[in-house]
Design a protein around this ligand. Structure first.
Ligand SMILES: CSC[C@H]1O[C@H](OP(=O)(O)O)[C@H](O)[C@@H]1O
Length: 324
């Protein structure tokens, strides 16, 4: 299966996630500025995929400039393209650390990161699937997820949807409820596309219907990805995740977060200081370019929220459940 992001003949190739589900196409990015643009319009998105973008983008810069200062300047702009997902700056830093050994060494580090991501996500999601089977006696299971934490959000395999692949393959999954995830609809556009492609039974629901689905007994466990995890277990993830955790707690349902350990920010003691990306008003006031609010409408459009550790049953990485 094609990687979400890869290095092909001296440039970065990505699956264009803005075009899905209507069109499956790839984009070839040859400069750091093209990559920054793709990140900011979410043509490539998702914390682990952004880790790969940060590392590969740093390799692009290393081949483009002889002066290390210019490479570092490009890398700094790249790391700042989106503030919340820690993997972007982590991928940049990891590749940049090899700059002294030349651009080929920077690229080698980036390619190693890509190889690791797929393997770590496979392991993290396998461990999370085991934990969910232990916590949820009902068979087959009915999962609810938010946004897209599938292979499109990673270099490959996926995190929350990686759990789905494991449980589906083992015959333990009845269906997945996928929040559409306003305003950019990563759930309806991307998660549904991945589930359909994999032949997993699913239904898409408005984000506002998730609590009602839990109240109706339609959900056994909520499983989501993450963009930045504090050492105390607080988790930044797509806007709406916090509300899901509150509803899950009200209904006594397990709430499980799956991520590679690279999404844990070792500098972050709690979620209080996570920088939350605010996005453009047009994402709220228009749908497919058509206004759905009066001209000049002001919005509140944070791309993420922070779920406190006490609402999370487990944060599972490739190393197993995180000990706060
Ligand atoms: C596996 S990390 C996926 C994570 O990233 C998404 O955010 P965005 O689509 O804005 O990049 C969302 O928070 C997902 O849970």
């Amino acid at each position: 299966m094609r990687r979400t992001i890869d290095w092909v003949n001296g440039a970065i190739e990505i699956i264009d996630q803005v075009a899905l589900p209507g069109e499956y196409r790839t984009l070839r990015l040859t400069t750091v500025d093209e990559l920054i643009g793709a990140i900011q319009r979410l043509a490539v998105r998702g914390a682990p995929a952004l880790g790969g973008a940060g590392a590969l983008g740093t390799a692009l810069a290393a081949f483009a400039h002889d002066d290390p200062a210019e490479v570092r300047a490009d890398a700094e702009r790249l790391a700042g393209a989106r503030p919340t997902a820690v993997n972007l700056s982590w991928g940049v830093s990891r590749a940049l650390a090899r700059l002294g050994d030349g651009p080929e060494a920077v690229l080698a580090e980036a390619l190693a990161l890509l190889d690791e991501d797929e393997r770590l996500n496979h392991e993290a999601s396998a461990r999370a699937a085991e934990l969910i089977l232990e916590k949820c006696p009902r068979r087959p299971l009915r999962l609810l997820t938010h946004c897209n934490a599938g292979r499109l959000a990673t270099v490959g395999w996926g995190t929350a949807l990686g759990v789905v692949w494991h449980l589906h393959a083992a015959g333990h999954l009845e269906y997945v409820l996928a929040d559409e995830t306003r305003p950019l609809l990563q759930g309806a556009r991307l998660t549904a596309w991945e589930l359909a492609e994999a032949g997993v039974p699913y239904r898409v629901l408005p984000d506002s219907a998730a609590a009602a689905a839990m109240a109706r007994g339609m959900v056994d466990c909520v499983v989501v990805g993450a963009d930045r995890i504090a050492v105390n277990g607080d988790v930044a993830n797509k806007i709406g995740t916090y509300g899901l955790a509150l509803a899950a707690a009200r209904h006594g349902l397990p709430f499980v977060v799956v991520a590679p350990s690279s999404t844990v920010d070792p500098e972050l003691r709690s979620g209080d200081s996570i920088v939350i990306e605010e996005r453009a008003a047009e994402e709220i006031t228009t749908v497919s370019g058509t206004p759905v609010a009066p001209p000049g409408t002001k919005v509140f459009n944070p791309a993420f929220d922070v779920t406190p550790a006490e609402l999370i049953t487990a944060v599972v990485t490739e190393k197993g459940p995180l000990a706060p």
